[in-house]
Design a protein around this ligand. Structure first.
Ligand SMILES: [Zn+2]
Length: 114
């Protein structure tokens, strides 16, 4: 496990997580539990959500994707159509593999695996 990205907020963390997953990289968002364990406050300094890559061999690939994302460069999976979550109705760009809001998987065939 290696941390590859620290997000400003949940949506950004799940965007990066979805981006990595869409490119076959196993990743997960960490740190979000801190937002729910402390009642009464939704903003906790130093508790930004983090994106971790599970497979050390994929860290460099993940870092490259994140570098492109942070510089606004074209992403490999950005050519597909946007999609709408069948569960909550949230709209997503094609690079999301799962709904960032309810974590429902993107409908139809995915590019995961291979
Ligand atoms: Zn959803």
């Amino acid at each position: 496990m290696q941390k590859v990205f620290v997000a400003q907020h949940h949506a950004e963390a799940y965007f990066v997580d979805g981006l990595l997953r869409a490119n076959g990289i196993e990743s997960e968002v960490r740190g979000e539990a801190l937002f729910t364990t402390i009642g009464g406050s939704s903003v906790i300094p130093g508790a930004s959500p983090e994106v971790w890559v599970l497979n050390p061999a994929q860290v460099s690939q993940a870092a490259e994707l994140i570098r492109r994302y942070s510089k606004g460069e074209a992403l490999p999976e950005s050519a597909g159509p946007a999609w709408q979550c069948p569960n909550c109705g949230e709209h997503h760009e094609s690079q999301f593999a799962t709904c960032w809001q309810c974590e429902t998987a993107k409908p139809g065939p995915t590019s995961m695996g291979s």
